[in-house]
Design a protein around this ligand. Structure first.
Ligand SMILES: [Zn+2]
Length: 198
């Protein structure tokens, strides 16, 4: 039987997802979970990034092969709606993929993203990374290219020990640069990225 567990615990998710959007770049996948959740007072969506995936399938909610079989163990939010992202064990979907779609060794993990609109299943051996972004509109659409978006996502957190070296900037620097995310991105790409949350 399929079982499910949530794969991040902080911060608590308190809303179901309105949509799941994904941007694919070769074998990397960036998934935006539309949550509009308040993070430090800013309405935010969660971006989950896999550096290498084995495969993925997006289903309209009503066509997901597991919809009618979801057991009662599916984790729920306090308001009763589905928890928006899960690690699936003994995945029924994975077991029923045609062999031709699984040219891989070992058994990858099945991550599932659930929204009111669609369901996205992802197969990957990697652990995903997380980033909260401002949700006023889909952030991935604000970059000039998919390359720029992925460049932005792989910049680490601003947890350097000193301030960014741009005059007047009070952000800390990222580990791979003497600048903060905004100023490092601008130095490399020539324009400012959309404002991020954390
Ligand atoms: Zn800066």
């Amino acid at each position: 039987m399929e079982t499910y567990q949530s794969f991040i615990t902080k911060p608590d998710i308190n809303k179901c997802s309105d949509f799941i959007h994904y941007d694919l770049k070769r074998a990397a996948l960036a998934i935006t979970i539309g949550l509009d959740q308040s993070i430090d007072g800013v309405l935010s969506d969660l971006v989950v990034t896999f550096s290498h995936i084995v495969g993925f399938t997006s289903f309209d909610e009503h066509w997901h092969p597991m919809d009618y079989q979801y057991p009662e163990t599916l984790p729920r939010l306090t308001n009763g709606s589905c928890y928006p992202f899960l690690l699936v064990k003994n995945s029924y979907w994975f077991k029923h993929l045609p062999d031709s779609e699984i040219l891989i060794s070992g058994e990858p993990k099945n991550f599932r993203f659930i929204s009111n609109l669609n369901t996205l299943d992802v197969l990957s051996h990697d652990e995903p990374k997380f980033k909260w972004v401002k949700s006023e509109s889909l952030i991935s659409k604000k970059f000039n290219s998919n390359d720029d978006y992925y460049f932005y996502l792989q910049l680490g957190a601003e947890d350097g020990v000193q301030n960014c070296n741009e005059i007047g900037c009070d952000h800390f620097h990222i580990l791979q640069s003497r600048k903060c995310i905004k100023h490092h991105f601008k130095m490399i790409k020539g324009y400012e990225p959309p404002e991020q949350v954390s």
